[in-house]
Design a protein around this ligand. Sequence first.
Ligand SMILES: [Cu+2]
Length: 464
Amino acid sequence: MGAGLAVATGLGGAGYVATRYLEANDDPRSDSQGPRSNPKPSYGSSDREYELTVTTGEIEAAPGETVETWLYDSQYPGPELRVREGERVRITIRNELPTETTVHWHGMKQLGSNAMDGVPGVTQPSIEPGEEFVYEFDAAPTGTHWYHSHVGLQLDRGLLGPLIVEENDPHVAYDREHTIVVDEYLTGEPKITSVDRGMMSGFPGGPAYDGTLVNGKLPSDPDILSVEAGERVRLRFLNAGSIKSHRVSVSGHTMQVTHADGPAVEPVEVDTFDLGMGERFDAVIEANRPGTWEIRARPLDDKTPSGRTLLHYDGSDADEPRRESVGTRRLEYGDLTAVGALDQYDGPPDQTIEVDLSTGGMMGGDEGEWQINGQVYPDADPIHIKEGDHVRLRVVNHSPMRHPMHLHGHHFVVKGALQDTVTVPGHMGQRMMDFVADNPGDWFFHCHNLYHLHTGMARLFKYE
Ligand SMILES: [Cu+2]
């Protein structure tokens, strides 16, 4: 298709709620390194163009549940941006917030376009109030991705939305698809708190939440996903939350997990999977049980109420979903096998980097900080890698909390599939992340718990 303004379809409906104003926490730590100048994007032809205006606004998570928050194009979640495989996308961000912002395109490899990665003070100066910035990049790899602010705690103010890169030739058949965005419901301000862990107190964390939103809705007024009996339905799950991992299930149906963090995997049949912050799984279900069913996202390790959306078969007149206990087959990373060869990740790595995750209180330093190898970003050394190398990260989690670790600009192999975010379990949990250093630039590596990121759990990868 030719260049032109594609209309963002969005997820429909509003959501979110409470009064949120700018406060000191919104200053991005990463800016203390100072912005550096970057090339402007080229203004040549682009296959697909979007414009998003960032504003303060108000949305309704349930009737009468209204909060003020920050929005992309007056929507929460932000409009669903869709691009086809092989296309280039150009997105103009118009900042009408009272403060600076940037947008990170989570899952986009940004091959050769480090300057479009949206990390303030690292890949671009922040976009000042009243200004705009044009992001332009090749939309790759295919799959379910997302975009969000990378400044301060803005992600927890609702500045997030799905970014879908449609495959030209999907490896699984389906008749219909729905996107399912899970997030915490915050009626107060995003702020750093000290999380009491009993014997071990003082872990820095985030605020208390008032519930779980799915597609911007509280469970009392759920989003309704329509299906027709006999269809195969692709569900694109995204955890866009700031703190909580969720256990996901579809009552009355098994799921075939078909994609992890975008790229295709061999289908795996499961009853549930855990979805860490920043992670995505796509699953296909057979719509062969007419009625109304609950798709549930239950926060792990936590008493925050679950979120839900309803799977509604056309013609069903059930108001309340049928309840059925969910089976016990839960997806593990080891169940995932990439579709296509991963030859370049075979064999011993050229460089192995030990990555120890901890809090300051445990291994020296300030209790109010999260550390990688004993250092607190931005007062932390960059990690140097060499172009062409097969790099292995051996990540060990010395803390009791899980950490979804995200590397910008690269997908890495965990077990047998390509991912861009992987949850490292607490209590000495370990993960190997293998990637090929094929994308020169400065790339952020960080925990996708927003409050861990904000209190230091980040590093820069630099090409030598
Ligand atoms: Cu973390």
